[in-house]
Design a protein around this ligand. Structure first.
Ligand code: NAP
Length: 523
């Protein structure tokens, strides 16, 4: 069994004391251990500040973009060897693993292009310059410069590769060094990526610090020039947000948390229409991809009441074709949950939903998985896909408030009126993504605008989009990722928008030629 090390102050160090054990969720066998005991977090931050900050600051956006391109190519070149730890420690099928790893290299590649497009600048302008006085002389311009600190990234267990890379891409392009920490339980893939990056010597010294384990007293050393970007559960997010030290120092915090995402079918998209088929295909995929352990997975399936039986039948048919098992088994199409805690939480969550909804497929999720010959019986954190139906969704509570982070979703019939569907969506208290399927443009527009304040992203699944678009659960670097309320109130990515969190916006006012020189894109 290997011990994951942390990369701190320009060298790999092993934590001392108690370590967490990482397991294979299909077999429950240990695969690695990790811990950050004895690590000097203040020294880690000092190194990133004193060495990492100047190293990145002296580069232009184009040069930083070149670094990201090299990272993207590196990850892509090692794609096959990264799939193995994702299967072994994450319970990913090959498809799930590629989704995570390609998401990582794709996002880095996108931000490499953003850097190339900005070009040889070190300063970004924000909007047009404005005349401030009676004459044109007194002029104002907003600019963005990299914060003079470090970016601490805390990631969730479900996307060890993509989660690391999407945050890294924005921070490095903005010119801010990164201290990144994957969730310990599935850290093996992120660790392999960190090893590759450090071995390849692509980044300037101090630009990347990697923690394999808990953050210790790291957050106590952050200041108003530093940022904390967190992805994970609402509970941890709320706890971090309320840390007195972070509040006292006005540390910028971005939270990406839970979400009761919805897919809405509109009244014009009856069975047999291309929009209906697209809806069934995408919802079935969202329920089962990564065993439902995606922050963007569909949890609530909002359908016109007259279509509910058809939807139930068609989704059940798709789910019946899913083969749950050890991803190492060639026939398995859905792997286990990532951890024993996840299994406990998902089982408890299914029980909670069943108190107000009927299971129409999959019972309580108990399943006989496909495992390799010789595997120990009864091992693994497996759960089968579960489809529920709640005929009185406006009276229900848990289906709108309790995120079951597994292959579980609930059909919620509505009367076909856009306002009713919007009302159900809003009950989620803020989501990352809502998908709407149909072809009636007026209806799509009404519904989308009624929902927009309650979600970070809306995916319009009209029939012409079939075969032309990624599904709603795929986060694209061009579009923002995040959502209000329960989803954490944060925002990441969105092309150039993703850099703003890592930069200070400053209003410059003065003599026009001086202001313009200072803010010149090539400045
Ligand atoms: P979690 O238990 O909240 O853990 C998330 C991260 O926070 C892990 O790296 C964890 O480290 C760290 N952490 C936990 N307690 C901490 C503390 N006191 N101080 C500093 N760091 C701490 O969440 P999870 O189980 O990994 O992820 C599942 C949840 O994430 C789901 O609810 C899902 O919806 C959400 N999620 C949201 C998004 C999004 O973009 N909105 C994306 C993916 C997942 P350790 O592992 O070392 O404890």
């Amino acid at each position: 069994m290997i011990t994951l090390r942390s990369y701190i102050g320009g060298r790999w160090v092993e934590g001392s004391g108690q370590r967490a054990t990482l397991v294979n969720p299909s077999t429950e066998e240990p695969v690695a251990e990790a811990g950050t005991g004895g690590i000097d977090f203040r020294a880690a931050i000092d190194h990133a500040r004193t060495v990492g900050v100047p190293g990145l600051r002296e580069l232009t956006f184009r040069q930083r973009g070149d670094l990201l391109r090299a990272l993207s190519r590196l990850i892509h070149a090692h794609r096959d060897e990264l799939i193995a730890p994702a299967m072994q420690n994450g319970g990913n099928t090959r498809g799930d693993a590629k989704f995570d790893i390609d998401g990582a290299s794709g996002t880095l590649a996108h931000y490499a292009e953003v850097g190339a497009t900005i070009g040889d600048a070190r300063v970004l302008t924000d909007g047009e310059g404005v005349q401030l006085g009676r004459s044109a002389r007194f002029h104002g311009q907003h600019i963005l410069t990299p914060r003079d600190g470090v970016a601490v990234h805390i990631n969730a267990f479900n996307f060890p590769a993509w989660g690391l890379a999407e945050k890294l891409a924005c921070a490095l392009l903005a010119g801010v060094p990164v201290i990144t920490k994957p969730a310990t339980s599935t850290a093996l893939t992120a660790y392999r990526i960190a090893l590759l990056i450090i071995e390849a010597k692509i980044l300037p010294e101090g630009a990347l610090t990697f923690l394999a384990g808990a953050t210790g007293d790291l957050l106590n050393h952050l200041t108003g020039q530093d940022v904390l970007a967190f992805t994970g559960s609402s509970d941890t997010g709320a706890w971090l947000r309320a840390l007195p030290h972070l509040i006292g120092r006005s540390v910028h915090v971005n939270i990406e948390a839970d979400s009761l995402n919805a897919a809405v079918l509109t009244l014009d998209a009856e069975r047999g229409t291309p929009a209906y088929d697209l809806f069934i295909t995408e919802v079935a995929r969202e329920i089962t991809q990564k065993a439902g352990q995606k922050c963007t997975a569909v949890r609530r399936i909002i359908v016109p009441a007259p279509f509910a039986d058809a939807v139930q039948e068609d989704l059940a048919e798709r789910l019946a074709a899913v083969k749950v098992g050890d991803p190492a088994h060639e026939s398995a199409t859905m792997g286990p949950l990532a951890t024993a805690q996840q299994l406990r939480d998902v089982r408890a969550g299914i029980a909670r939903l069943r108190a107000e909804a009927d299971t129409v497929f999959g019972g309580d999720g108990a399943v006989t998985p496909l495992v390799l010959e010789g595997a120990a019986a009864g091992k693994g954190y497996f759960v089968g896909p579960v489809l529920l139906r709640c005929n009185k969704p406006d009276l229900a509570s848990a289906v709108h408030s309790h995120e079951v982070f597994g292959p579980v979703a609930t059909i919620l019939p509505y009367d076909g009126e856009s306002r009713s569907a919007a009302q159900l969506v809003r009950r989620g208290g803020g989501t990352l993504v809502v998908s709407i399927y149909g072809d009636d443009r007026e209806r799509l527009t009404d519904l989308a605008l009624a929902i927009a304040p309650y979600t970070g992203r809306i995916h319009l699944g009209s029939s012409k989009l079939a075969g032309q678009a990624t599904p709603p659960g795929t986060v694209l670097p061009q579009m923002i990722h995040g959502g209000p309320g329960r989803a954490g109130g944060g925002e990441e990515l969105g092309g150039l928008r993703g850099l703003a969190f890592y930069m200070q916006r400053t209003a410059i006012q003065g003599d026009k030629p001086i202001v313009e020189q200072l803010a010149r894109p090539k400045g």
